[in-house]
Structure formats: C-alpha cells, structure tokens
Design a protein around this ligand. Structure first.
Ligand SMILES: *Cc1c(COP(=O)(O)O)cnc(C)c1O
Length: 409
C-alpha cells in the first residue's frame, strides 16, 4: 500500500479522480488500546462496523482477543485475522444452518436471542451435535430505551418480563445464562447505559437464575464535526461514559458478574478518511465522486456531520470566494439517483471549486462495509497515512462558530 504522511500529501501527489481511502493503522491501534484500557471487561470488537482484513489484523495485534460476529463471512474474517480469538455470535435472529456452522465448525459457545423460538432452534442443534449444554452461554437481549443516532430496540430485544421467562427456560435446559443489550449506535445520552443496566438488574431479580455475564453492547460515540449553527452537545469522553456505566454496574449488583462490551464505531471511526474530488460546483452545491451508495451512507442515515478538509487543486489558477469564509455546502453524490444527497452539509471555504479535493475524516465505521456497486461506482483504492486526520492544519468544518449559514433545502 502506498504510504503518505497526510491525506493532503496523498491528494496532491496522486491527484486522484476516484475516492481514495486513507488507512491509519497507528490511530486504529491507539483507539483499540484506549478502549481496552477504559473498559474493565472483555472487549469484543463488532466486526460489522468494518470487517476489512487490514483492520482486523491491526486489532488482533493491538490485543483485541474477542470479536462480535453475526454471519458466516464474519466468523471466517475474524478467525483468519485472529485464529485464537473468541467469537461471540451476538445476532439475536439466526439461520438454522448458520447456528450449526457456528457451533460445529467454529466452536462458538456464546450467542444472543430474544425469543423462545430461537432457543428451540439452538437446542435442536445442541442435541444433534451432542454438545454439553453447560458449555454454552445464551445471552438474552433486553430491549433498552435511549437516544442514539440509531435506535435498535425497535428491531431487537425482549421486554423485561419476557426476558426473565427466557432466562428461566434457558436455565431449566442446563444452559448458561447471560444478559445483553445494545443501546444503538452513536449514543447521544450516556445515561442510556445506566438505564439499560437498571433494566438488566430488574430482569435478573425477576428471573432469579445465575447470570454468568453481562454484555453492555456497543454504541460508544465517535468524534465527528460540530455544527456551528447549533450549541455543542454535552458528550463526555469515553472514560466518563465508562465510569458512569461502571457506577450503575456496581449499584445494581453486577460487580461480581463478568462484563463484555461490543464496541465498533468508537474503535474504528478515526482510522480512515476518504479523499474525494469535487466533480462540479453549482452555487452552494458540490457534486462529488462518492456518496450514500459508497462511503457515506452512515452519515446520511445517522444524520452525522462529518469533519472535512479542503485540499485546493494548485493547478486551478482562478478562484472566486474567500478562502477563510466557511459556508455550508450541500453535497450531491456520484450516482444518477436523486436520493444520493447527504443529509448534512460540509462546511468548506467559499472558494472551494470544481477539481478540488476534500478529505472526509473519521469515516472508518460503517463506510467500507456499506459500499455498493450501484451505478457502477465502487471505490476500492487504499493508501496508508501516518498522521491522524486532525493533525496539521485544522480541518475545516470546526471553524467559525459565530456563522449562521443556511443550507438550501
Ligand atoms: C452494530 C452492533 C455493535 C456495534 O455498535 P457500535 O455503535 O458501532 O459500537 C455492537 N453490538 C451489536 C449487537 C451490534 O449490532
């Protein structure tokens, strides 16, 4: 992989017309270590966030020894990167054949569920393979309420009464019981974890069976840009979120229970940026060579404001607009599809123009994994970059908080 000191250097040297991903292995290793240090339990990286081999390899070397996996392709990817790692199969609704593959071939011994029919599916395979039920831990996923960019309790999770019944059923079969929740991705209120732990305690009391592990899921927020038109949200750093969570763990009598976390976004977001090119400027609109069907679907659905850096094309002789005046630009994607428009603007200098590059930072989570081949566009060029995205000249988009711009609807 070609190597550069910064995204700017890569853009100016390569002059790319296709999106180029800048991978930062040092940043990835640092963010993985930071999570391992902050969280006093087992850290299982959520492979769906970014399952590229280059990512899993760095994580394995940084000391991540467990992976949250959801499909046969993820089992294989995690095993290839870390042959000795523990795999946790935390998808609550699984195909019968995938359960069999997990238990038989990959020797996975922990999985999640939120319904009795899933218990029946698993039990059928445990019996067919003549496994000892005691070797297995089934995590009952409880529904949790909270504020996150993605709220997942609408799709998965048992209500507390139902969760308690499921635990009793699992315990009755001689299988180990765990409790898990996933508050959604990019939580916006750290008390969401505190409330979920309280619910888990209620379920534990109602079920009155031994709980072998509490899995607090993912959702830990990554740093993105700040909208200059809105007050800064009060999102505490990871350490504080984890201390709040640990306070609840203690208060609710889970101190002696082994803990698991399934972080994705917070570990991998900063590890990638993507260099895109402005194909056309039309007033306050920029048409770029990436979009919601390539690297930017997460920012679209999650309404995330991405940090960006303007890299002017030195070959452009004439420019209009001020280089120090930040403006919100509406971003149009590469495909012919009319929904391929970002839900949040990029804050860039007024002087940005056709042919310039934009380095979009912190896109390591839910970008590469969500690329499609729609309309024939599939970015797949990688370079390695040594310095973090935020190093050097400040990225644009954080500046000029006093400005009150409007984005055309
Ligand atoms: C997606 C997912 C995660 C990772 O969530 P992040 O917000 O990226 O940390 C963890 N656990 C489960 C069950 C998931 O579905």
């Amino acid at each position: 992989m070609p190597r550069f000191s910064s995204g700017r250097e890569a853009a100016l040297e390569l002059r790319p017309d296709q999106p180029v991903y800048c991978f930062r292995p040092q940043v990835l290793a640092e963010d993985a270590s930071a999570f391992l240090k902050a969280f006093p339990g087992k850290t299982a990286y959520a492979v769906k966030t970014n399952g590229e081999a280059m990512v899993l390899d760095v994580l394995a070397r940084a000391g991540i020894s467990a992976f949250d996996v959801a499909s046969p392709a993820e089992f294989a990817a995690a095993r290839a990167a870390a042959p000795g790692a523990e795999l946790l199969y935390m998808h609550p609704v699984k195909a019968q054949s995938d359960i069999r593959l997990a238990l038989e071939h990959y020797r996975i011994r922990a999985t999640a569920l939120d319904h009795e029919d899933e218990v029946a599916k698993i039990l059928r395979i445990v019996r067919a393979l003549d496994l000892d039920p005691e070797d297995l831990t089934l995590f009952v996923r409880i529904a949790s309420r909270g504020d996150a960019a993605y709220e997942l309790s609408k799709k998965f999770g048992a209500a507390p009464g139902h969760a308690a019944e499921l635990l009793q059923r699992i315990h009755g079969l001689g299988i180990g019981c765990g409790l898990c929740f996933h508050v959604g991705s990019q939580v916006e209120d750290p008390d969401t974890y505190v409330r979920a732990v309280a619910t888990a305690a209620d379920v534990r009391e109602a079920a009155a069976v031994p709980i072998l592990a509490l899995d607090v899921g993912g959702g830990f927020p990554a740093a993105y840009a700040q909208d200059p038109r809105r007050p800064a949200p009060l999102m505490p750093p990871l350490g504080e979120i984890v201390s709040g969570l640990m306070g609840a763990v203690e208060r609710h009598g889970f101190s002696g229970t082994p803990l698991v976390a399934e972080p994705g976004r917070v570990i991998v977001a900063r590890a990638f940026s993507v260099i895109v090119r402005v194909l056309l400027k039309k007033g306050q609109r920029l048409y770029i060579n990436d979009g919601i069907w390539s690297s930017l679907s997460d920012s679209w659905t999650g309404k995330i404001l991405l940090p960006v850096r303007h890299i002017p094309d030195p070959a452009r002789r004439r420019r209009s607009g001020r280089a120090h005046q930040m403006e919100p630009f509406r971003i149009y994607g590469a495909t012919c599809d009319s929904v391929d428009v970002l839900s949040r603007p990029f804050y860039l200098p007024e002087s940005v123009d056709t042919g310039d590059w934009i380095e979009i930072g912190h896109i390591g989570a839910y970008s590469l994994s969500l690329r499609t081949r729609f309309n024939g566009f599939y970015p797949d060029t990688f370079v390695e970059v040594d310095t973090p995205f935020e190093a050097g000249d400040a990225p644009e988009g954080f500046a000029e908080p006093e400005r009150r711009g409007g984005v055309e609807p």
